[in-house]
Design a binder for this molecule. Structure first.
Ligand code: NAG
Ligand code: NAG
Ligand code: NAG
Ligand code: NAG
Ligand code: NAG
Ligand code: NAG
Ligand code: NAG
Ligand code: NAG
Length: 465
């Protein structure tokens, strides 16, 4: 190209020559950029490779159940126990992503007995350094006093400007310990997640194959530190190791399973990474007899400058109901003051789809928290997962348009063939947790003549005013 450019210089006008020269320069700069972007940055991933990683894994399901809720732990471990065990195991590194940091509550709150677990966890994180364990945090918070305190104690805190990157929030919530153990769940680094909120998550031990893939998402966040644009080419070290077409084969408490990690928004998905919405779609499509969904918010809407219908997940459910005969869908949605009244309409319209000839069924229930002493209904953030006859999906995002389009989150998909009497199956365990909540006396069936308390509360308030 440059030969052509220089020879034509003599023949053409000077003006044209300058244009061609500029083009050649552009090409050169572009090529240089491509090569520099590919692998300037090195992270040895602790010498763990795809071939040497461990896939003989153990798991526990972790929950936080507020003390005043009379719901028993269903073969699950209290979240605080699970997290402390993870920290005790840490030898080299602890990587944490959390949308919010409020473990060490402020003065007035610190008198509450419920705040204690958060303070203990915070002290443990502060003291990691003294055990020569490095703490790394990726966060969207610029002025968090807790992150500053941790950074002063040697933590490596990376700040992402999500407003500039995607106009969203960093809502991911996960831990990677020594690139061998991991936690993914609804609980965040807030003392309420360890006391007054109902939370659900999974901890997987000795599973460097899966943890390595989650670590790559953490590395991706770190790469975006202080950037106000997304790179057009990601480093190969950020590519996904496994995805929905290439599941990781592993053993979970001696049962065979297949797994992968998904991520959102789309802009945060380098090559091979499955998007959260694609993962949800696959899990829904593969369901044969039932889909149980436990979610804080179900709203197929996007709400930016003006509200828009966001049909992606709603359509997946409709398609599944119509195409796969005999499907039973149960939705357990959280109910609270912030619950958008339109949620009801969307749930009703799903229910209305199942006429007799389709032989499907949709049931929806609201999870209703108790009334507080001040008469207000506080929503207890709660588990976000889906379980079907063959798979589970456990994610950080609510099923609301904004979440998947703008906000960052991760998901874990685990597939297991149904086996009778297999008490160690993730699918069976999560199904049991769902059914416990579904049948608990904190739920209310969706009924048009009986508006659930979450909306009624607003009605009541209006009447009072
Ligand atoms: C954590 O909270 C306790 C009790 O409120 C306070 O004494 C301590 O200074 C706090 N630590 C940090 C690092 O903010
Ligand atoms: C984040 O990006 C936005 C938009 O580019 C900018 O206005 C804001 O100042 C940035 N915030 C920080 C803390 O750099
Ligand atoms: C899996 O194995 C671990 C370690 O043996 C055990 O602590 C845990 O409870 C088991 N998980 C389940 C769900 O049985
Ligand atoms: C959209 O957001 C506005 C305020 O930002 C709020 O008043 C409205 O209720 C929201 N609508 C939906 C459907 O979420
Ligand atoms: C309808 O679905 C149920 C299970 O949900 C199944 O037992 C029954 O055989 C189905 N009926 C027909 C006609 O397919
Ligand atoms: C994500 O962040 C936004 C803004 O802070 C918040 O409104 C939303 O509830 C968060 N969602 C989740 C699932 O944490
Ligand atoms: C499963 O367990 C039940 C009772 O525990 C037993 O009756 C049944 O035979 C078992 N099924 C298989 C396939 O082992
Ligand atoms: C992660 C998350 O959704 N956190 C919310 C839990 O609920 C409290 C109170 O409703 C909110 O302030 C948090 O943002």
């Amino acid at each position: 190209m440059s030969v052509f450019a220089s020879s034509s210089c003599f023949l053409q006008s000077q003006h044209k020559c300058i244009v061609i020269f500029a083009l050649v320069c552009c090409c050169a700069v572009l090529i240089a950029l491509i090569f520099s972007a590919v692998d300037v940055w090195g992270d040895d991933e602790d010498g763990i490779t795809e071939d040497s990683c461990s896939r003989t894994c153990r798991f526990v399901l972790v929950e936080n159940i507020p003390e005043d809720l009379s719901i028993p732990y269903k073969d699950t471990v209290p979240l605080t126990t699970g997290l402390h065990e993870l920290l005790d195991r840490a030898r080299r590194s602890v990587e944490i992503v959390s949308p919010w940091w409020a473990l060490n509550s402020t003065k007035s709150e610190s008198d509450l007995p419920q705040a204690k677990q958060g303070q203990i966890l915070f002290r443990q994180l502060m003291s990691l350094r003294s055990r020569s364990v490095s703490l790394r945090v990726a966060s969207g918070l610029t002025d968090s006093p807790e992150l500053k305190a941790l950074a002063q104690r040697g933590a490596d805190v990376r700040y992402l400007n999500m407003t500039a990157l995607t106009r969203g929030q960093l809502n991911s919530s996960f831990w990677v310990v020594d690139r061998e153990h991991m936690y993914v769940g609804s609980a965040i680094m807030d003392w309420r997640s360890l006391s007054t909120m109902k939370e659900f998550g999974i901890i997987i031990h000795d599973c460097s194959c899966l943890a390595l893939d989650l670590h790559r998402i953490f590395s991706l966040y770190c790469q975006l530190q202080h950037k106000d644009f997304l790179p057009s080419i990601w480093s190969k070290r950020l590519y996904a190791l496994n995805n929905r077409d290439k599941n990781l084969l592993l053993s979970l408490n001696d049962s065979k399973a297949e797994a992968y990690i998904s991520s959102s928004p789309d802009l945060f998905c380098p090559k091979h990474r499955t998007k959260d919405t694609e993962a949800i779609k696959r899990v829904i499509q593969e369901a044969e007899t039932f889909i149980y969904i436990s979610i804080t918010d179900y709203l197929p809407m996007m709400n930016r400058s003006q509200p828009k219908y966001w049909s992606l997940i709603d359509n997946m459910l409709r398609e599944a109901l119509i195409l796969s005969r005999n499907l039973r869908v149960r939705l357990l949605v959280s109910c609270g003051e912030q619950t958008e009244p339109l949620t009801l309409n969307f749930l009703w319209s799903l229910k209305a789809l199942c006429v007799e000839s389709l032989n499907c069924s949709v049931e929806a229930k609201f999870f209703i928290p108790r009334e507080q002493s001040d008469g207000r209904l506080y929503r207890i953030n709660h588990s976000r997962f889906m379980v079907t006859d063959s798979s589970v999906y456990l994610g950080n995002s609510d099923w609301v348009g904004n979440e998947f389009v703008f906000n960052a989150g991760v998901g874990v998909v685990i597939r297991q063939r149904p086996q009778e009497n297999n008490t160690a199956s993730v699918v069976e365990r999560m199904k049991a947790v769902f059914e416990r909540d579904w049948h608990s006396h904190y739920t209310k069936t969706l009924d048009p003549n009986n508006i659930p308390a979450c909306s009624m509360h607003t009605v009541k308030e209006n009447i009072r005013v």
